[in-house]
Design a protein around this ligand. Structure first.
Ligand code: HEC
Length: 165
């Protein structure tokens, strides 16, 4: 028994070394600082940023953005009119209003907007953005510009992100 102890210790050390080598090989360390992890998230971010840039100038993207602003408001620019609160209408009405807004600059959603969308727009949004969507001479954002301001800013942000990586 006495002389078996060193042998067991050697076996234990060898097993531990083997386990260590294998686990390092198969499991990349999960810390933020690990270069494998960083590389992986970088590729991930780059892919997502590129995918978003590819669809940034499409009507469905603009629709999503307008719905977001209707529901959550907008506090990103410096218009004389100030900020915009979210929730003037119920979230269920937001998509049809977004489609009506898009129609003001000749764009169209997959399905045409429903007849009540115009009524919603003129009674809820038109007071600030104007019934034609042009923003009452610059006091409020012009909703008929080719690319909405928020989308333009998002484009700059994503392009900078890709440049850095
Ligand atoms: C009380 C005035 C007011 C009302 C009512 C209002 N807005 Fe706004 N809206 C603003 C202001 C001010 C901004 C810019 C705020 C900022 O981000 O600084 C804005 C921003 C926006 C933007 C972003 C524009 C861009 O170029 O990125 C969209 C889209 C928008 N509004 C749509 C709507 C819609 C649709 C409605 C009706 C549901 C509506 N707004 C109701 C004042 C209003």
């Amino acid at each position: 028994m006495k002389h078996k102890a060193p042998l067991l210790a050697v076996i234990f050390v060898l097993l531990y070394a083997f386990y260590n080598a294998v686990s390092k090989q198969t499991l990349p360390p999960k810390t933020e600082k690990s270069s494998t992890y960083r590389k992986h998230t970088q590729i991930h971010h780059t892919q997502h940023a590129q995918e978003e840039l590819d669809r940034l100038h499409t009507t469905p993207y603009a629709k999503e953005y307008i719905i977001y602003v209707i529901n959550h408001g907008s506090r990103q620019f410096h218009f004389k009119g100030g900020k915009m609160e979210g929730g003037y209408v119920s979230p269920k009405d937001a998509p049809k209003i977004a489609c009506y807004v898009l129609s003001l600059s000749g764009k169209q959603c997959k399905k045409p907007y429903t007849p009540d969308a115009e009524m919603f727009y003129t009674s809820v949004c038109g007071g600030c953005h104007g019934n034609d969507g042009k923003g009452l001479g610059g006091i409020y954002p012009d909703l008929t510009r080719k690319t909405l301001l928020g989308i333009e800013e998002r484009e700059t942000f994503l392009k900078n992100l890709l440049k850095k990586e």
